[in-house]
Design a protein around this ligand. Sequence first.
Ligand code: SF4
Length: 322
Amino acid sequence: MFGPVRSRRLGISLGVNNIPYKFCSYSCIYCQLGRTINKTIKRRAFYKPEDIINSVIDAVKRLRKIDYISFVPDGEPTLDKNLKSEIDGMKKALDIPIAVFTNASLLCIDEVREALYQADLVSIKVDAVSDSIWKAINRPHLKLEIGRILESIREFVKSYRGKVISETMLVSGINTVRESLREISRYLKDLNVDVAYISVPIRPPAERWVRPPSYFELIQAYETFKDSLGENKVKLLNMPEDYVTHLAGEPEEYILRTTAVHPLRYEHAVRLISEHDKDPNEVIDKLIKRGLIEIVDYLGTKFIIRRFLPKNNNMTKKNKKS
Ligand code: SF4
């Protein structure tokens, strides 16, 4: 168990780690935990459910406010055979919503779906819907099939009463081509997810050659998802959890907060800053100089985006030209 941490999606979240280090059905190229040591689809009991439940109850007693108890372990949480009894036990003892972050690869198993039905929110990973890209980015266990996973996610979502969100991690040149983004966004639209999050590898990845998307690729992904799902259903996760702006003045604050979740049209920012009787060029230049934002030209329109790549990133420059 860890936390509480300020989660980018759930507010103050108490993390539950119900899986030993790197037992997973995937070995994602961007995994911040490194390569998977135990790639498996065999579910088993790793810890005593009462130990996990009691440690969560103890932590909740010590802490003042928790918005969510989140299963975000060092591997795939649904590999835990006791997941359902752990969620049931926490629900009986506490009045706090429970979230499970899963790669969704085991949703074809009845017991996994039964366990997840007890949660209040389920986050599913959808980095690709085509077999070749899925294999390249998630490096799944050999017995898994993407078609079956996508179908079982559909089935699960149909009968699930809680909130479903999705997370798509973008890796430059792997799942950032437009057609791939279109396919993913169409699939997520059909699922009718509450929010589709687009994230970028902001921590050291399992494979050193993995690169985050360029700003161009990120805006392209956002715009493609937005066209398919609608603006309110798409959010970027391109900043660390604990970003704090500490800036006085409303327009600066607004620009930073907005661009942390979606690209902002340059002309909108200019209008907003002017309404506050400030000089738009000065305000925007200051934020650029502080390394907080970047201006990107996307198909003839200027956008402001929160900077997550280090300055002088060659790939960004290369892609901006393309
Ligand atoms: S599914 Fe999650 S834990 Fe497993 S390899 Fe991918 S990122 Fe890492």
